[in-house]
Design a protein around this ligand. Structure first.
Ligand code: UD1
Length: 421
């Protein structure tokens, strides 16, 4: 296994180019199961998760070529409908092939994803919604076995909870269903908006894009003609680098970013006393003379993203005063707390609420363990301001979602290197 060595307290500066959004790329790749033509996707982040989904599509019978950040895909040749455990266990988002496979072939088997480091994360809402579209679903030997021999039928789906993956799966299922599907209480994340827009450009009749009520008129199993498109910039990677500028208190410019996707994050940084400047596709954070404490509640978009919670916790260790974070989406998303404490942070947990008492300039390096993707990036941020040499173990989590993290950090002047355990 590999680990990352970071020597803290080096002066950073410069610019960082934000990559394509992993969480947009995954459903978009799954949606290509609905395509009747070879298609080209640009700005595809070269990270482990997107490569895993490509591998899954390939196992199903698709062919693809990847040239850096451009992927050319042909899914017409798909002739298998089983997403096996060996792949699904490495990436929960593999569940996103369930809707499109079922819609196109009328049957499929997808391994149950199981739990993960940030909680139980059931898929019951995905299954319930597909059942109301006429699917017959059984759980057998750890697999979701889904059938819709006469095709899926449009339905009115009311999600009990806002679910990003659930909304995506149903959007893709509804695309080839017979008749009208209404999704009520749909997720509104930018990644959902892009999926809707790509499907719309592919000829799908879809209304209410970006709202909590989306209506789709299905094609009755006719495949779609996809256009070439580019994956939107990664708002979580961008938010992570903004936190990097903030925690090291340096001027940092992000390019290839969508500032309008980062309102909640920017507003919390402003509350912490940072000034940010934006253009249509750049965002610059300026240093401040005092980092102020902040209170954060995670919620669905456009609220503060749970995927930025760990990075803000690292940042709050450098604030004057006590910050609070209330994690409302995932029940077990505080695995990074004990690791930050090992670096000298003062954090107390009470149920979902973390209180972080700032210890500006006082973190000290040690060995820490990455537990999930965003938790790992919080440890990188903390290590950059810790006195001494921090070793972050199990960095494969970082490779799942941050493209060329070390390269980007080195360009900014960070002392970072990768080693074998
Ligand atoms: C996606 C993101 C993830 C992000 C999360 C919330 C991807 C690949 N992942 O995950 O990075 O942290 O959105 O913004 O895009 N739930 C149920 N039953 C279900 C589905 C969800 O109870 O059938 C619950 C979940 O346990 C969680 C909440 O609903 O508490 C939201 O989960 P959801 O929006 O579905 O997250 P993901 O799509 O898995």
């Amino acid at each position: 296994m590999k680990y990352l060595k970071i020597i803290g307290k080096h002066k950073l500066s410069g610019e960082v180019k934000i990559s394509g959004a992993k969480n947009a790329a995954l459903p978009l790749l799954a949606s290509t199961i609905l395509a009747k033509n070879e298609l080209v996707i640009g700005n595809m982040p070269d990270v482990v998760d997107t490569n895993t989904l490509l591998k899954l599509l390939e196992k199903l019978g698709a062919t693809y070529k990847r040239d850096k950040n451009t992927v050319t895909l042909n899914t017409l040749s798909i002739n298998k409908t089983k997403a096996t455990y060996d792949i699904v266990k490495t990436m929960r988002a593999s569940i996103l092939v369930l809707g499109p496979l079922l819609a196109r072939f009328g049957h499929c088997e997808v391994s149950l994803p199981g739990g993960c480091a940030i909680g139980q994360r059931p898929v019951d809402l995905h299954l319930k919604a597909l059942e109301s579209m006429g699917a017959v679903i059984e759980i057998k030997n750890g697999y979701i076995e889904a059938k819709a021999p006469n095709g899926l039928k449009g339905a009115k789906i009311v999600f009990d909870k806002v679910t990003v993956g659930g909304t995506e799966n149903i959007l893709m299922a509804a695309a080839l269903a017979h008749g009208k599907t209404q999704i009520i209480n749909a997720a509104k994340e930018p990644e959902i908006v892009q999926l809707c827009e790509v499907l719309k450009d592919a000829g799908l009749d879809i209304k209410g894009i970006g709202t909590s009520e989306i209506t789709i008129i299905g094609t009755n199993q006719e495949l779609l003609e996809f256009k070439t498109f580019e994956v939107i910039p990664d708002r979580i990677e961008a938010g992570t680098y903004l936190c990097l500028g903030a925690i090291t208190n340096t001027k940092l410019k992000l390019t290839n970013v969508r500032p309008d996707h980062l309102d909640a994050v920017v507003s919390k940084l402003e509350e912490m006393n940072f000034t940010l400047e934006s253009t249509k596709d750049t965002l610059t954070i300026m240093p401040t003379n005092e980092i102020k404490a902040v209170n954060i509640i995670t919620s669905e978009y456009p609220g503060f993203p749970t995927d930025m919670q760990a990075q803000f916790m690292a940042l709050a260790t450098q604030a004057n005063g006590t910050s609070t974070i209330d994690e409302r989406l995932f029940e077990n998303r505080y695995m990074h707390v004990s690791e930050l404490v090992r670096l000298g942070a003062e954090i107390h947990l009470n149920g979902n609420i973390a209180s972080i008492t700032g210890v500006p300039g006082k973190l000290s390096a040690t060995d820490v363990m990455a537990t999930d993707l965003r938790a790992s990036s919080a440890l990188v941020l903390a290590a950059l301001v810790a006195e001494g040499e921090t070793n972050i173990h199990r960095i494969y989590h970082l490779d799942r979602g941050y493209e060329d993290l070390e390269g980007k950090l080195k360009l900014l002047g960070a002392k970072v290197s990768r080693h074998q355990e």
